[in-house]
Design a protein around this ligand. Structure first.
Ligand code: ADP
Ligand code: ADP
Length: 224
């Protein structure tokens, strides 16, 4: 069974913009899967549907075998989503942010889990600082930690390296590889071919709300 299964997914926004126009693909378990496409292609819309933030117009999607309509809580518990926007409170500390998130999901030993994640993300020195004082890179790492708190089998990163410098980009890439090595299925959206090429086992290209290619990276790049 796929980690994520998308079938004939359509989204037309109020106002008539058709952002997704019959999208179908599977994300195989255990892979790093790249969703590549230019700005406006529909990548964020797709992710926001998986996150429950945008309602689809038609079609279906399931996460780890849980249909997002029929079993929304199970679907949501199976995925961690890192959006481009910062969604933690700047006046809470990273430790508080993670403990609260752990509380939402009923994660046992919330403090232990939160501290372990902060260490894994290199944020242990900032555990008790106001989050507003973190650097841009640290804020992104805290967003990743927040998405991982309930140990989901799938993590989605929406444009993880948009606007970040080369050093942080390398750090995030290494982190993605590490997560995947520990068995986490990773989906990332990007408009950088090089990033998809570097990290992904498989790449789907989306344009104008349609999947125009979906191949193992080596095949897509003509290396097979
Ligand atoms: P990107 O998807 O690369 O972040 P966009 O400019 O496409 O950049 O979108 C930024 C955000 O603005 C998206 O999260 C989307 O929800 C919102 N947005 C984009 N286009 C519109 C629009 N026409 N009307 C309302 N909101 C929009
Ligand atoms: P991407 O993430 O690939 O940049 P988006 O999913 O953000 O693409 O956008 C797909 C299309 O839908 C774009 O034309 C965008 O302007 C439009 N769009 C996105 N969000 C909204 C929204 N909230 N309302 C209306 N149109 C939107």
């Amino acid at each position: 069974e796929a980690a994520i299964a998308i079938r004939d997914l359509c989204k037309t926004y109020a106002g008539g913009k058709r952002a997704l126009d019959g999208v179908t693909f599977d994300v195989p378990r255990g892979q790093v899967f790249g969703l590549l496409g230019p700005n406006g292609a529909g990548k964020s819309t797709l992710i926001n549907i998986l996150a429950g933030l945008v309602n689809k117009t038609s079609g279906s999607a399931s996460i780890w075998g849980f249909d997002i309509d029929e079993h929304p809580r199970n679907a949501k518990a199976s995925i961690g989503i890192v959006n481009q926007e910062i969604t933690f409170d700047p006046f809470f500390t990273p430790l508080e942010t993670l403990e609260n998130q752990a509380g939402f999901y009923g994660v046992p030993k919330a403090k232990r889990r939160s501290l372990d994640l902060l260490r894994a993300m290199g944020l242990e020195d900032k555990a008790n600082a106001y989050s507003r004082t973190l650097s841009g890179g640290m804020k992104r790492r805290l967003m990743v930690a927040k998405a991982m708190v309930h140990s989901p089998p799938v993590i989605v990163l929406d444009e993880p390296t948009a606007g970040v410098d080369i050093e942080l980009r390398r750090q995030l890439w290494d982190y993605v590889r590490g997560l995947n090595a520990r068995g986490v299925t990773v989906v990332l959206t990007t408009h950088y071919l090089q990033e998809a090429e570097e990290l992904c086992d498989r790449i789907a290209i989306i344009n104008h709300g349609r999947v125009v290619a979906n191949e193992p990276t080596r095949v897509l790049l003509g290396m097979a």
